[in-house]
Design a protein around this ligand. Sequence first.
Ligand SMILES: CC(=O)SCCNC(=O)CCNC(=O)[C@H](O)C(C)(C)COP(=O)(O)OP(=O)(O)OC[C@H]1O[C@@H](n2cnc3c(N)ncnc32)[C@H](O)[C@@H]1OP(=O)(O)O
Length: 406
Amino acid sequence: MDESVRLRTATDEDRRAIADLLIYVFNEHATDELRELEKLIIEPGRSMVAEDDGRVVGTAAAQTREMTIPGGVLPTAHVTGVGVSPTHRRRGILTSMMRGQLLEIAEAGREPVAALWASETAIYPRFGYGPASSRLRFDILSREVKITAPAAPPGRLRLVVPAAARAELTAVHDDLRIHRVGWSSRPDYWWQYLLTESDGHRNGATESRGVLYETAEGPVGYALWRVKNDWGAHGPAGEVRVREVVAGNPGVYAELWRFLLSLDLARTASYHYGALDEPLQFIVDEPRKLGRSFQDALWVRLVDLPTALEARRYACPVDAVFEVTDPIIEANNGRWRLTGGPDKASCVRTQDAPDFACSITELGAAYLGGTTLATLHTAGRIEKFTDNLPSTAFTWLRQPSSIEVF
Ligand SMILES: CC(=O)SCCNC(=O)CCNC(=O)[C@H](O)C(C)(C)COP(=O)(O)OP(=O)(O)OC[C@H]1O[C@@H](n2cnc3c(N)ncnc32)[C@H](O)[C@@H]1OP(=O)(O)O
């Protein structure tokens, strides 16, 4: 990094410069509305800036949130808002910020894990982030699929304005997210960010619309979507852009999708945040018409290795020794013994001979139970010294997923 550049923790006065830099580097249309939204999600004390001659030329932030992991919920630094001015690229500013941020998180000792969504997949493995979950993108021919699933429990659909129904949405989301590995808690400012309308977020479609499914117990599911209106040679050709479908009950989940796929004047629907094993695929008569494509989703970094591995649960009994290299967080380096299973886990230093060796990036990739240790070994990313590779133990009930880019 150039000598003229210095890193420091951002203050309130930096909010505007940070918002401007992020809007610029992400090639968004700068409006006052968008600037206010970007300012909203900067947590005091959790953003850093790189400054050159009094100008903010780089920034990186973390949000204080929880993430669901196999068998629990863990405070997880949600790394976001990373950008470097085009005038200062490829001079090591990102590298300094990522190192600085990880060391800060490690020192604070509150978050054993960090997670992010990567704008480009080449950027983060070098900092120890591994590809931990994938997503399915659906481009659905709505009129060519039928939902064949179980009926919903007695109840009704009620249209809502999402921002006005925040309390109900929050309650439904909070009930479900603790059961979905990879889902995150949502601080107030994040709900506000998600539910505030801005031209940038509309992207040529309507405002966000919402529906709740209510039973005698109250709301038990919701869907959020926008419609991109269109007319073609065959008449109506609107696209329903689904933002979220959140429901734990299979019948309610099916009912919400049935509703979204049958909205009048639309012929297609899209949804970009499906789990790899999204139930929708198993409740339609023609899954191929869902137009599935695959993309990476969450990238996970173990910050405090033993605490992170002790915090999760394992699909079957595990007792394995492994050797880890971590180029940034010294305390993670060395040999560890992991023991445990579905009920408890322990991870302690050992001098015993290792069963396998890898870098911290591979453990991040395997942490949520999506990417398997066996796959990483087959890819030559894990060195095996014995047959005791706890690949099955690291998997979990369902594929990890995340329904939001942060
Ligand atoms: C969690 C998030 O917020 S993801 C969003 C990331 N931000 C963006 O994509 C916005 C647009 N891009 C940018 O602002 C910048 O290009 C950044 C932040 C990605 C990179 O910042 P820089 O300061 O240029 O990175 P830095 O100089 O530290 O590069 C470190 C290494 O990563 C590599 N690298 C950096 N960015 C990229 C990239 N987009 N693609 C491939 N390699 C990259 C560099 O080549 C360098 O490799 P080397 O050490 O082998 O030479």
